[in-house]
Design a protein around this ligand. Structure first.
Ligand code: FAD
Ligand code: UDP
Length: 399
């Protein structure tokens, strides 16, 4: 069916097709080909399959779960291959939906920041201020007055520098935010949207949790197991280690759902959309514990990594040894973070306009919609996208 094949072809095709290794499955007809088996692709696969649609789900990586993939390392400790993933949401609907596929372990994330020789709570709270400056702030009001005395009001809050300096002043900004942000993004906070550092609040109470969402928990048997349960359906055929371009001409499907980088889908026609990458250094240590909480942040610009995470705090696993991950931000490598700043958003809008000319293709997820979304937000976006999906009409194509 060349019409259907044409519908699924990218606007230009440059990569050669690989030798076919699974011809039988490729030749059967699918209602949807879904590219990417992370939260976005897996939620859509599950929803479509539950409606009786036949789905082919592929991922170029050798596993499902996308960036939330976890696995036992060589020592038998459950680690997150792509850095620490802590689930939190205020949406009962999203929590209930995922609860169909996993039980949960209640977990509230706590983070300490290494400042000089001290480990202090992050987000900054009253305890942080007292510990750092030898103060004795005893109430919210006292802490509020203290912060107000240091704050440097900014008239128009635009950037990630403005939002912090306006709230807590330059010294605290430089201690906790400037170096960390420069490392994480390769940009000064003054070059990033305010939404980036606004993710981390400042508190006048002593609540030392990283998140305050109504639902905070870790999948009891890990994320990968949750994805396995989600995708365990006779209507879902999964192929991992498979690149979209290598199969697009073989798979017959009425609809394409694409969750990879949107600029890549369109052969970088308008240039590369910037995504920030990370290098992960995973280590297993011959000791039971390494640090007092799951994550320690290193805001000093001289330290090459941003944070170290010890998984057993997250997972509750009992083990005589312990595994940790250092995160080193990088310009090159897998795309992990869209970079929120006006010029990138303008470039994304051009790709979004191109996407609008392809009613046969649905773009969803953190990379395809270029949004700095958490797991719950991607889940919510995928559920909303599924509700809006209309049948693909014959002739709905720009090529
Ligand atoms: P992804 O998980 O990136 O999945 C996309 C998949 O598509 C990938 O597996 C990729 O291999 C595949 N793919 C792309 N292009 C192709 C192609 N051409 N052919 C075949 N396959 C392709 N969120 C939280 O809620 N809490 C956290 O604590 C948290 N911590 C994070 C820590 C780090 C270091 C990172 C990077 C992210 C974190 N997140 C966290 C965000 C979370 O990872 C994302 O919200 C979520 O994983 C996005 O899901 P997705 O399906 O959109 O994308
Ligand atoms: N941030 C910071 N210092 C910290 C923690 C966070 O400057 O100790 C800033 C930094 O710019 C970071 C952003 O706040 O990228 C968001 O932090 P979050 O922990 O939400 O990042 P993520 O877990 O998404 O990597």
């Amino acid at each position: 069916d060349s019409a259907v094949q044409r519908r699924l072809s990218p606007i230009s095709r440059t990569a050669p097709a690989s030798p076919s290794v699974w011809p039988a499955m490729r030749r059967s007809h699918y209602d949807a080909l879904i590219v990417g088996a992370g939260f976005a692709g897996s939620v859509l696969a599950e929803r479509l399959a539950s409606q009786g649609q036949k789905v082919m789900l592929i991922d170029r990586r050798p596993h499902i779960g996308g960036n939330a993939f976890d696995r036992l390392d060589e020592a038998g400790v459950l680690i997150h291959q792509y850095g620490p993933h802590i689930f939190h949401t205020n949406s009962a609907e999203i929590f209930d939906y995922l609860s169909r596929f996993t039980e949960w372990r209640p977990y509230e994330h706590r983070v300490l920041a290494q400042v000089n020789d001290k480990l202090v709570p992050m987000p900054i709270n009253r305890t942080t201020l007292n510990a750092l400056y030898g103060l004795d702030l005893r109430s919210d009001e006292q802490a509020e007055a203290y912060l107000a005395s240091r704050a440097e009001p900014v008239e128009r809050i635009r950037t990630s520098e403005d939002v912090v300096v306006n709230a807590i002043g330059r010294e605290l900004y430089e201690t906790f935010f400037r170096g960390y942000t420069r490392k994480q993004w390769g940009l000064d906070p003054s070059e990033l949207d305010k939404s980036v550092t606004a993710r981390v609040p400042t508190r006048t109470n002593t609540d030392d949790r990283y998140f305050t969402d109504a639902f905070q928990a870790m999948p009891l048997h890990g994320y990968t197991r949750m994805f396995e349960n989600m995708l365990d359906h006779e209507n879902i055929h999964i192929e991992t280690g498979v690149e979209y371009r290598d199969v697009v001409n073989e798979v017959l499907a009425d609809r394409l759902v694409f969750t990879g980088p949107i600029d890549e889908f369109f052969d970088h026609r308008y240039g590369e959309l910037p995504y920030r990458s990370l290098r992960f250094r995973h280590e297993t240590l011959d000791q039971e514990w390494f640090q007092p909480v799951a994550t320690v942040n290193y805001p000093a610009e001289e330290t090459p990594y941003t944070r170290v995470t010890e998984y057993k705090h997250l997972t509750g696993q009992n083990h005589g040894r312990t595994s940790i991950t250092y995160e080193y931000p990088a310009a090159e490598g897998d795309p992990y973070y869209p970079i929120p700043r006006p010029e990138n958003q303008a470039l994304f809008k051009k790709y979004e306009a191109l996407a609008a000319t392809r009613p046969d293709v649905t773009f969803v997820g953190r990379l395809a919609t270029y949004r700095y979304y958490n797991m719950d937000q991607v889940t919510g976006q995928a559920l909303a996208t599924w509700r809006r999906l209309k049948p693909v009409a014959a002739g709905d194509t720009a090529v």
